[in-house]
Design a protein around this ligand. Structure first.
Ligand code: DAS
Length: 363
């Protein structure tokens, strides 16, 4: 809940009267009372990384710098919000697990319920940032800004991008106009939807893109919006982290020329498997020798979700494969790793392929 500027001014005036006897303290109290309160949940990654020299922009150690040091190293943050940090994890995000997702989402949800918290920033490694941002977008019920941010260079490198990315993230998280837009990702001056954004380039600061375009930009602490999300998220989501105890086992198999059926059989033997995402070629195409392997899994009650290894576009139902006949699901425009996130969340509620397909069209 935001305090409207009018209420803030009232509150500030009231506190000024009460503290007028202590010179300087009143002004400080007033300033603090006016600024929004933003909490940074740090999980690791390059934004907390450190290299041996200033020219190590690509070879460095991720997940080294503590959140309090990140905050101290960026005093400008205090100009936009009252900021405090929590060290949720200190890991490189390629090593994230489902349990990490659940722990992080529960903490974000708890903070979002706190009336003293106006916005939340999650600092995160860039490798799986798109998965975490989408997961939070699906399961955290709040209209407060939640902003996930990373960096492509460690803070020790020349032209490091982490400081401005973090400043932008806190600035957006402190902004009333960022409310109700779902989980956001601020990187490289852009504000992207946590649903749409993917890591498209693995060695440039302009790494993150949405095929449907950014929601806006943040420049010198001001947000410029150009569109809003249309898929269900946060407050409109039928999924809630507070009622999710664990995530079903969903794995991904990759399609390519000469792919053997054994690639599917092997992952199909995963204990507790409930769904498999097929990262197909083209429009989610499946090699003829792989189709029976997927049909066998479907016959065992395991859901099959067709995505595509192609970074843009979306998979059409019943085009490359007779999905109605096979009782399969298509992932729409979601890449395989995001399709896996939605499949896990959806299957906390249903295993019915028709219901799953509705969910894939909607989120
Ligand atoms: N290993 C990468 C990660 O933690 C480092 C990064 O780009 O943030 O995702």
């Amino acid at each position: 809940m935001y305090l409207s500027p009018r209420i803030r001014c009232w509150f500030a005036a009231a506190s000024l009267t009460a503290l007028s006897a202590v010179p300087g303290l009143a002004a400080a109290q007033t300033a603090a009372a006016i600024k929004p309160n933003v909490v940074i949940l740090a999980t690791g990654g390059t934004i907390a990384g450190a290299g041996a020299t200033t020219v190590n922009s690509a070879s460095y150690s991720a997940a080294k710098v503590a959140v309090d040091k990140l905050i101290i190293g960026l005093p400008e943050l205090q100009n936009v919000a009252n900021v405090r940090g929590e060290q949720t994890f200190q890991i490189a995000s390629e090593s994230f697990t489902n349990d990490n997702l659940l722990v992080l989402a529960r903490r974000v949800s708890a903070l979002a319920k706190d009336p003293a918290v106006n916005g939340i920033v999650v600092t995160h490694g860039t490798d799986t940032l798109e998965e975490t941002a989408y997961f939070l977008n699906l399961v955290v019920h709040t209209d407060k800004p939640i902003v996930v941010v990373g960096s492509m260079r460690p803070g020790t490198a020349l032209s490091a991008d982490g400081a401005l990315n973090l400043y932008d993230a806190v600035s957006v998280a402190a902004s009333a106009d960022a409310m109700g837009k779902g989980v956001l990702v601020t990187m490289n001056d852009e504000i992207n939807s946590g649903r749409d954004v993917v890591k498209l380039i693995n060695i440039k600061t302009e790494a993150f893109k949405s095929q449907w375009g950014a929601l806006g930009m943040v420049v010198e602490g001001k947000n410029y919006w150009f569109r809003a999300p249309v898929k269900r998220h946060t407050m409109q989501s039928e999924f809630d982290i507070d009622s999710i105890q664990s995530l079903p086992v969903v794995e991904i198999v990759y399609g390519y020329g000469n792919v053997p059926r054994s690639a599917v059989d092997a992952i199909g033997a995963t204990p507790g498997l409930q769904a498999i995402v097929h990262a197909g070629t083209g429009n989610g195409s499946v090699a003829d020798r792989v189709v029976p392997a997927l049909q066998d899994l479907r016959a065992k009650g395991i859901n099959v979700i067709r995505s595509s290894r192609v970074p843009a576009g979306f998979v059409l139902r019943n085009a490359e494969q007779p999905d109605d006949k096979y009782d399969w699901v298509v992932a729409h425009d979601l890449n395989p790793q995001k399709a896996r996130i939605l499949a896990m969340v959806a299957m906390t509620k249903t295993r019915d392929p028709k219901e799953l397909q509705r969910i894939f069209w909607s989120y």
